[in-house]
Design a protein around this ligand. Sequence first.
Ligand code: PM9
Length: 464
Amino acid sequence: MALDLKKAFVPPPYKIKAIEPLYTLSHAERERAIQSAHYNTFLLPSSDVYMDLLTDSGTAAMSDYQWAGLMMGDEAYAGSLNFDHLEEAVRDVFGYRYIVPTHQGRGAEHILSKILIHSGDVIPGNMYFTTTKLHQELAGGTFSDVIIDEAHDSLSDHPFKGNVDLKKCEALVQKYTTQKIPYINLQACVNMAGGQPFSLENLKALREFSNRYQIKIILDATRVVENAHFIKVREKGYEAWPIVSIVREICSLTDGCFMSAKKDALVNIGGFLAMNDEYFFTEAKALVVIFEGLHTYGGLAGRDLEAMARGLYEATCDDRFVAHRIQQVEEFGKKLMQRDIPIVKPIGGHAVFIDAKRFLPHLSQDLFPAQALAAEIYVESGIRSMERGVVSSGRDKITGENIYPKLELVRLTIPRRVYTQEHFEYATQAIHEVYLRRNAIKGLQMTFEPKQLRFFQAHFQPIS
Ligand code: PM9
């Protein structure tokens, strides 16, 4: 039976071979646990968590084929066979000529930023991502948001909220000149916007723009497979294209990419930079050896490279994988909507995002409503989620003031191939319980703030 991904219910293209037991703390124990974690879900021990929706990063269940690949690790310091496999996979799936492995995505961001960004540069991007923006700033650059306005509106159901607004790019060129814009950072399935894709039509227009001004496009390929799926089901003309061909088409319109392989490449650790330009490759090889490891392992074990190579093929060569994954996320989002829980629309690729401003309208943003809501959901259910709002946005690097983003969200992130519909039924009921008592939820104040990426380690306490 040919699979019509637009119409068909896509059953899981896998079955469960090994399980990991989950434990449940009592309500009183969870109250104590979140207090000890300073109301920051990142600081909870995972043994205190029933269902972990903190992130889809490094949390996928690997296949038996990937686990078997671990036994094939060639742990030679130099020239590991597994590097050849990874290089071949990246060439096959993405089409870039050169690859430099890194321990994870931010290792690649670090090297990329050091090579391409000079002090005073401006880097346009379709919404910021926390680690990406920080590396741009550490290299002396400034991020500038060029995503379409709809992306900042949780109620807009634009099908491609990850699109770049070319007028915003043009304005940057006029203001700063092309000399100050080393590249455009194009993120697939924009994380902070709710996992929203860009369209190929938009990318083609961006390519014309960047050709005209001789500005590179660097793809953040972390969730490019999910973006390709949305193109397949939402953009006219691509319905019959295999996912792998759409991924290739996306990559062919860019000059290189960085990837956190911990997401769409289905591994627990890993990342890479890939490009066609030999000079860029040579520079990246020179830096990776300083910060990550030799250019044929980049801080990873041979077995990690093998799992990554196999994961890249698995994620892209059977269209049912990503179709089922996105369907699972969508069904969860629909269940929440049926119970009137306000979420970002359209439902994204890797997560369902609760709109904390609409969930807790009585809390102003300086009381960290999304942080407070994530803590409440944990206490109610043992489900761990994550704040994606004012805490994640951090402070303006010049004024030092808090940045108040339009989107104040709690991210319920779905690990790949890990949870079943019953888990999501449980999560829906639990979040509904929190919704019913939402008016009694109090805000938080921050009691400890790390200098960088504060959301990971900040401390909070309830306001009295
Ligand atoms: N993303 C996530 O949970 C993990 C860190 S933030 C909690 O969403 C994009 C689009 C990402 C991303 C990580 C990175 C960095 C780059 N781009 O975490 O260093 O979503 O592998 O990748 C996380 P690494």
